[in-house]
Ligand binder design. Structure first.
Ligand code: ACO
Length: 326
């Protein structure tokens, strides 16, 4: 019988990101919508976003982010046992985007599947991969968030279409039996379907009308966000016997600068310790946390040994946190 490698922890060993070439400023949106750079910037912190061209998809962008994460980890696709993809904008109903990415990477071994938790998807996927690793089923995993929200926008609806962007981010997780305190310390996941109508897409391939556009009660989502994210942050720290002062970096979901600042204030974290990309990427949903993580690791802000707190909230409602020592 093959003996299972029982990992104590899942280490984050690779980071990658991909943003499509086309950059659209607030001013460009204001040319065809009744909006302004000032309104968007002051309400959200967003100044621009990347949008896909005709050939980019969740699978193509996710595969590129994965290649970069593998390169960072000095691993190849052959080393990977499983691919977990968080996306609400898959290329097809099936095969899963994860399986398309496996094929793009040349993987024939292992398995892959998608996880649908909207903007919290990356935290849900990270938690799932971590559980597979610590149960001994797999050793190395790719965890990817990849989204093309520009294709589910109602481009006539100024209240939503200015908020989102496209992109993909990825991490490589690797099981370790080293007893030091690096790796994923804990994840906490929540969902509450009774708030499902606050943020949803009004269509899918299982519906008579297949087209779907994102609908959001922005104010209500905002109201839920700071409270739910703050409690997700508290439970993560309490579980590990840690305090706000122990956190080196907050890597939040990038929906709105005011939500991010609200959580950072509660943590008593100065803004220099919060990774912000919403100004340049807008809300890339499940891709936002891994994109922010990739940026801050590669530019040297986040260092080995730093305690990083990730949090996200999205349609579902879904929300959660992950506490990681890099
Ligand atoms: N430009 C100009 N005016 C606008 C725009 C725009 N782009 N969009 C809306 N307005 C107008 C509205 O029509 C309204 O006008 P009225 O008062 O004449 O009716 C006014 O601005 C205020 O609108 P509100 O929606 O009340 O604006 P608010 O201050 O709440 O800001 C926002 C809106 C930015 C969406 C905010 O509510 C928010 O960030 N919510 C949270 C969104 C979020 O975090 N989503 C995360 C999850 S995303 C996911 O899971 C997929």
């Amino acid at each position: 019988m093959k003996e299972r490698f029982m990992a104590k922890r899942s280490l984050l060993v690779g980071f990658g990101g991909f943003l499509p070439d086309r950059v659209v400023s607030n001013a460009e949106l204001a040319e065809r919508l009744e909006t302004s750079d000032e309104w968007i910037r002051t309400r959200t912190g967003i100044t621009r976003r990347h949008l896909v061209g005709p050939n980019d998809t969740a699978a193509s962008m996710g595969a590129e982010a994965a290649r970069r994460a593998l390169e960072y980890a000095k691993l190849t696709a052959e080393d990977i046992d499983a691919v977990f993809v968080a996306t609400a904008t898959p290329d097809q109903a099936f095969p899963a985007t994860a399986v398309r990415i496996q094929a793009a990477l040349g993987m024939k071994q292992g398995f892959g599947f998608d996880i649908a938790a909207a903007c919290s998807g990356f935290i849900f996927a990270l938690s799932t991969a971590d559980a597979f690793i610590r149960s001994g089923q797999i050793r190395n995993a790719l965890v990817i968030g990849s989204e093309v929200y520009s294709r589910i926008m109602d481009w006539e609806d100024r209240a939503t279409c200015v908020l989102f962007g496209d992109g993909a981010g990825a991490v490589v997780l690797s099981g370790s039996d080293n007893p030091d305190d690096r790796g994923i310390l804990s994840t906490h996941l929540h969902s509450d379907g009774t708030a499902g109508d606050l943020l949803y897409v009004d269509g899918a391939v299982g519906q008579p009308d297949k087209s779907g556009h994102l609908k959001m009660s922005g104010r209500d989502v905002f109201r839920h966000a700071v409270g739910k994210l703050s409690s997700a942050v508290d439970e993560a720290l309490e579980d590990e016997g840690l305090s706000y002062a122990d956190v080196d970096w907050l890597v939040p979901h990038q929906a709105n600068i005011r939500i991010i600042e609200g959580v950072a204030k509660k943590l008593n974290l100065p803004s220099e310790r919060v990774v912000i990309t919403v100004d340049r990427h807008a809300n890339t949903s499940a891709a936002s946390v891994p994109l922010a993580l990739d940026e801050a690791v590669r530019d040297g802000r986040i260092q080995k040994g730093d305690l990083v707190l990730m949090e996200a909230l999205g349609g579902g409602l879904t929300w959660g946190s992950a506490l990681v020592r890099i």
